[in-house]
Design a protein around this ligand. Structure first.
Ligand code: ADP
Length: 598
């Protein structure tokens, strides 16, 4: 994840720098304790001891300095000591705030870039990745896991940077004061670290399971939302709730475990810290009592207090470590998306293509979604420029798959799809899709105005052009009768419109794009007969002078196609014009007669 933080690493360096100053000033304010105690206990009558080193010598010098400037007035000296504490504390906290201040953009910019990266990646993924079950999980990774990364990892960074740093600086000071006592601490600390990391490992495993469960739960919720009409219609609310609450229960069980072990970090490290401290108190106390130590009692008190200062960062370091473990599970889940190999690759030196001149050809095409089952076998046909080819056949015979291959949503496993004799895998993907217009059975509209749904990201288009496209698509009439005309919001997925209206807006969008190649995938199948007529008229306008691949359920709509291809189980079983196929008395005629009976 830190790859995304790299551009902002200067902020992390600033954070470390500010933390350093904050720690140093904090220690300064602590060391003021020694002269304070000296004054309080009246032991300020010091003599310069040539043997004394480190803190003790520094303290003596400081007291002599205080004596000089206060004219040997202990009251004034005490006041100066206390003022120094205040000044150092202010400085310490100013730097602490600065350290936090630079960390905020560091954290937020990194997470912003991460979100963008996930979005871009998801847009590049092959369509088959988005089977229903994965949608909710992908959304969950985008929202919950990224939030988890932001809070668990990025907020812990501070403690991760600062903790070891503060411990190190304090330890240096402790070593200066008494290396013997410090040695005892140094033996005990790694032991504590070992125990903490053992629990951390378990935490990460559980956290990963918890996020996975949350993904499942989100998938269920997503599914329930998109299927709410059916769930209500069948009165299956209770059934779906049971499914949801069972999953919710599993999630909660793991979450409880995760939270329990995370909460363990702070009490555990405090207990271990204080135990260590007591040992130091005993050993150091004996040194002072028996006079074998090199420290006087005030120095020892300072030593203990400084050591206590290590416990706090060690504690927050342990907490941060646990949070990072928890967040690492989410980071892994985000990485998983970012690492999915992209199967649809742009050719190394892609050919550019601005217009098609001769036509489209499928040449011995074979395709399979899964290795064990062939979806399309040996498909060959061509669509000359400006002609229309219709695909018919029972559902599941592979018609939509064939259309998806032309738009290069998937790549063929055998044979070639050619445009003007060029394999579409060699053509720039952007150019290829630029040639195509797509109208599907479920017209895909977005929660935006009619205008924006027709313009669809094309900023140069004028109001007049939109109206013209809508008129050609038989949509103008009903659009102007909506409350805000072209600026009416059409709701989620166009929910405020009827199926036929949605379809006509989708057709207007295709007309506006003015593509040379048109793919119509059961564009009228979901409509009733009267709106089908309006939509079919719009489609006829759209198809004029274009090269079209039309998938039709209702055979009456494709009788004028230049070529009709009849498919069964992924193979072409008949081909010809309507008259030829009708005369042939094969599958096509069968299908046609069945529909006419209805
Ligand atoms: P049609 O459009 O003629 O109804 P499709 O092209 O949608 O047929 O489906 C052809 C076959 O491929 C079906 O057996 C279907 O189950 C299978 N299929 C479609 N999409 C996928 C997918 N994403 N993964 C695996 N199999 C799929």
């Amino acid at each position: 994840m830190l790859r995304y933080a790299r551009p902002y690493r200067y902020l992390a360096y600033l954070n470390i720098l500010f933390n350093f100053f904050s720690i140093v000033f904090g220690l300064f304010s602590m060391t003021m304790l020694m002269p304070f105690l000296n004054y309080l206990f009246g032991t300020a009558e010091l003599v310069r001891d040539p043997e004394a080193t480190g803190i003790q010598a520094w303290n003596t010098e400081f007291i002599f300095f205080l004596k000089d400037i206060t004219g040997d007035d202990p009251g004034k000296a005490l006041l100066l000591v206390c003022l120094a504490v205040v000044v150092f504390t202010i400085l310490k906290n100013v730097f602490r705030y600065l350290a936090l201040y630079v960390l905020v953009p560091y954290r937020n910019y990194t997470v912003r870039d991460l979100r963008n990266a996930v979005y871009k990646k998801v847009m590049r993924l092959q369509l088959s990745y988005f089977t229903e079950e994965k949608k909710g999980d992908t959304i969950s990774r985008m929202s919950n896991d990224i939030t988890e990364v932001e809070f668990a990892i990025m907020t812990s960074l501070e403690a991760m940077f600062k903790g070891p740093f503060q411990i190190l600086v304090t330890l240096v000071l402790l070593i200066i004061m008494s290396w013997k006592l410090t040695l005892i601490i140094l033996v005990l600390l790694p032991l504590n670290g070992f125990i903490i990391s053992r629990i951390g490992k378990k935490l990460k495993k559980n956290a990963s399971r918890a996020q996975g469960r949350l993904g499942l739960l989100m998938s269920l919720f997503e599914e329930s939302l998109s299927g709410i009409r059916i769930i209500k219609g069948f009165g299956k609310e209770a059934y779906f709730f049971r499914k949801f609450s069972t999953e919710n229960k599993h999630l909660t069980t793991i979450n409880v475990k995760v939270n329990h072990s995370r909460d363990l970090s702070s009490p555990l490290s405090e207990t271990m810290g204080i135990t260590t401290l007591s040992m130091v108190l005993f050993i150091g106390g004996r040194m002072v009592q028996t006079g074998t130590g090199i420290m006087d009692p005030t120095a020892f008190i300072l030593f203990i207090l400084l050591f206590a200062q290590v416990i706090d960062p060690a504690k927050s370091f342990a907490t941060a470590f646990y949070n990072v473990q928890k967040g690492a599970a989410s980071a892994d889940r985000i990485e998983e998306i970012l690492r999915i190999p992209e199967t649809l690759k742009e050719a190394e030196n892609p050919l550019t293509l601005s217009a098609i001149r001769s036509g489209i050809e499928f040449k011995n095409v074979g395709f399979q979604y899964t290795p064990d089952k062939k979806t399309l076998t040996d498909i060959s046909f061509s669509i000359p420029l400006g002609k229309t080819v219709a695909l018919v056949g029972a559902s599941g015979s592979g018609k939509s798959t064939l259309a998806d291959l032309l738009a290069r949503f998937y790549d063929v496993n055998e044979g070639h799809v050619l445009i003007d004799g060029m394999d579409i895998r060699d053509i720039k993907v952007k150019d290829l899709r630029g040639l195509m217009g797509l109208v599907t059975q479920e017209s895909i509209l977005f929660n935006d105005s009619v205008f924006n749904n027709i313009a669809f990201g094309n900023h140069e288009v004028s109001y007049e052009q939109i109206v013209e496209a809508a008129k050609a698509a038989n949509a103008h009439e009903f659009i102007v009768h909506m409350d805000k005309g072209y600026y009416t919001n059409i709701g989620d997925r166009g929910g405020k419109l009827s199926g036929g209206q949605r379809q006509r807006i989708a057709i207007a969008r295709a007309i506006l794009k003015n593509p040379q190649i048109l793919i119509l995938d059961e564009a009228t199948s979901a409509l009733d007969t009267s709106s089908e007529r309006l939509v079919q008229e719009a489609l006829n306008t759209l198809m004029k002078n274009r090269t079209s691949l039309v998938i039709a359920h209702r055979l009456s709509t494709i009788q004028n196609a230049d070529l009709i291809i009849v498919m069964e189980n992924g193979r072409i079983v008949e081909r010809g014009s309507h008259q030829e196929l009708y005369a042939h008395k094969g599958l096509y005629r069968n299908l046609l007669e069945m529909q006419q009976m209805v």
